[in-house]
Design a protein around this ligand. Sequence first.
Ligand code: FAQ
Length: 315
Amino acid sequence: MSTQDLEQRFQDRIDAGEKIEPKDWMPEKYRKTHIRQISQHAHSEIVGMLPEGNWITRTPTLRRKVGLLAKVQDEAGHGLYLYSAAETLGISRDEMTEQLLCGKAKYSSIFNYPTLSWADIGAIGWLVDGAAIINQVMLTRTSFGPYARAMVRICKEESFHQRQGYEIMLTLCRGTAEQKAMAQDALNRYWWPAMMMFGPRDEESPNTAQSVKWKIKRKTNDELRQQFVDITVPQAEFLGITVPDPEMKWNEDRGHYDFGAIDWDEFWQVVKGNGPCNKERIAARQKAWDDGKWVREAAMAYSQSQENKTQSKIA
Ligand code: FAQ
């Protein structure tokens, strides 16, 4: 069968809503797009542990510490499912990590912002996990089987994370004036970076058209961003705090909120490595990779010795 025929048959399967599995024939670009997206998603989960991990020793109560520990641990689990899903496409964990550390692979821009106060932990759960769920619910229907299945479980956990973040915000907003001011300050600093999480505008997004055709993306960046705004603005109103966008206004005709311009220069600066915490985040991942070298080597040596024992029994 010619490549053209194989590609047509592949597209027919996608159009019919079939899931693509790792051993199925797929265009090389489909494989590469998935390795790029899934590995970057995995890196985001792992790097995303750092800003919140920063507050584990400083939570206001034991209950909050237990909740935050569990959340950060969940993010590690998400990273591991995702690395495993990417490995089914023929890339190793080591290669993916090397791509992150040398700057070839990206991770979400949002994790390059600092967590300055306890309220930031509430804002991250509410806004960052909230944005992540909107993106990931769509990905439960993505065309690549292992990615779609990983997303089902991840979304369940993310929705718990979103609620723990919102509950932190609610507690602060129902507390003293100073606590409410902390919540407002966290919203002021995290609102625009959360809006940027969905990626560039559709007309500036080089990957969207092909990814929509292959049903990797079931919605575009702008569609998801609008969905996030429409869900989140009423939640801010319920908290009694204000989204830092003077142009935010309900548009009766569109049935959606209109919102102001995003600072795309800031977005691209952060993506290119010049955000407030990029260097710190990569240094932390590099240190973890270096510190873990002996563990990886010991695990490999143990596995080799078990293999040798099995081989000598067979012989
Ligand atoms: N940050 O053509 P597009 C979480 C890059 S998980 C950095 O639109 P695409 C859970 C993009 O990679 C959050 N780079 O690209 C959690 C591409 O560059 P490349 C992560 C970005 O892939 C919560 C270029 O710009 N979620 O938060 C960003 O079609 C709390 C052009 O963009 C996922 O990764 C960005 N925000 O659409 C954890 C979801 N946006 O790769 C801890 C899966 C775009 O060609 C604590 N990913 N770029 O060099 C996706 O859905 C997609 O990859 C998009 C981007 C929508 C992010």
